[in-house]
Design a protein. Sequence first.
Length: 100
Amino acid sequence: MAETTTDHDTIRKWAESKGSKPAAVKRTHKGDDVGIIRIMFPDNPQSEHDALTEISWDEFFEQFEESKLALLYEKDGLFSKIVGRDTVERREHGDHKAAR
């Protein structure tokens, strides 16, 4: 079952335990603008990360907070999805079609 968190330590520990790294979508990463953030799994052959560029955790979390995001993830798996905090709140209140 997937869990949701906004806690930076939880996100970083989970990601690093899976061999993943903070990343930005290359086409949106320009100068000081981090752009769209992702978590990439560079050692996973099924992970498509050609369109991603590694960034620092500081850059990742700055954009994470600025965009009011949350991480939906499986504790024991590799599934993760970055979603809007408003989406999490709406789903908690029964709107299962909410997405962002």
